[in-house]
Design a protein. Sequence first.
Length: 109
Amino acid sequence: MSLEGKHALITRSSRGIGRGIALTLAEHRVKIAVHYYQNDRAAKDTLAEIRKRGSDGLLVQADVSRPELIVQMFRKVRAAFNTLDIFLSCARPEVPTFFQPPMDITLEQ
């Protein structure tokens, strides 16, 4: 299955495991929404590395402990990509509210 032309949002993809996954997907020509919370320098570096691998993407900043900012993040991704094929949450495990209902978030919002 080819991933070329797909679109992904990976939370915490500016560093660590999320960054590694983002860079691997970029090698398969997946466009990546690079999420970060505070470290915009790391996010910009990750996006530069994605572009070096032949893909593209955008930066999305959000505090994933705040539901209204999660909604804004998804809206920004939808405006840029118009679709989302892959969503991977590498959000901090100490943010339990990210995983609790009523988190009814879709790209249609």
